[in-house]
Design a binder for this molecule. Sequence first.
Ligand code: ASP
Length: 317
Amino acid sequence: MDELQFDANGRLRHLITLDGFDRVRIHGMLDRADALRRESRDGACPLDLLHGRTVINLFFEPSTRTRTSFDLAAKRLGAQVINFDIARSSTVKGESLLDTIHTLEAMHCDAFVVRHAESGTPALIARNLRTRAAVLNAGDGNHAHPTQGLLDALTLRRQRPDLQDLRVVICGDIRHSRVARSDVHALAALGVRELRLCAPANLLPESAAEEFPQCGFFHNFDEAIDGCDVAIMLRLQKERMDLAAIPSEAEYFAQYGLTPARLKRARADCLVMHPGPINRNVEIAGEVADGTQSLILDQVANGVFVRMAVLAELLAA
Ligand code: ASP
């Protein structure tokens, strides 16, 4: 993937996955996000780094946070943004994905932000471009969600700069989660002390140990969260899973939900994260999601600055 993502000088050409990103590169991107936050005064003062650039959002799967924040990020940097309306496009007349991309390229655009249910679609597009446009992966299947990995790392770094001291548990539907994969890539590269993955056996990938050599594995959430500094909760990816994988949502919540009582098993100042959308009382209790330890809305806010940083890195002159 490196040959696709980086040019001969190591400059980022496309953002498909964080797999292979090192500590220095990730900190550099987070520093840029912090700088853009300061320069834009928390987004209140738009900048013109991307003046004259065109960004096309191509979302083949639903999205609230990622799509809106990419849109805002590009606009706050002065770019023109097209939110391509797939349901009203010639895709429904049977036009292929690559024909759609080449058509849009013919009108001139500088970047495609792509979300797709099929893992590998952003890489496929990047390999078949006819122009110098950049591709940004906004989530593909269960493969990767690199800007989520970066925004989660930024959110944590802002709260706990000593990442190497942290014990982090990621709990939920790891098997189908692109967020878990990108979070592991980012947090392992940044050197967190311990990464624990917790899920029912059938919601861990079959080759979990090979895929995540950096992590410890748990099936019991009470044990997994014990002594942790951070708990990252994941939604059950019903659109990707066999619904028989869990007995019932109530049963799942009883075993894997983050309740106030379970949170007490972690360190007293344990931070709670979730990429959203949250399902209250399925993977997280409402009072924990809304509680003082929750960073869920900080993640959302930081998402805009991370996406500004990535767009600037790929497109600014
Ligand atoms: N919004 C995240 C994603 O698109 C997490 C989720 O949907 O559960 O992967």
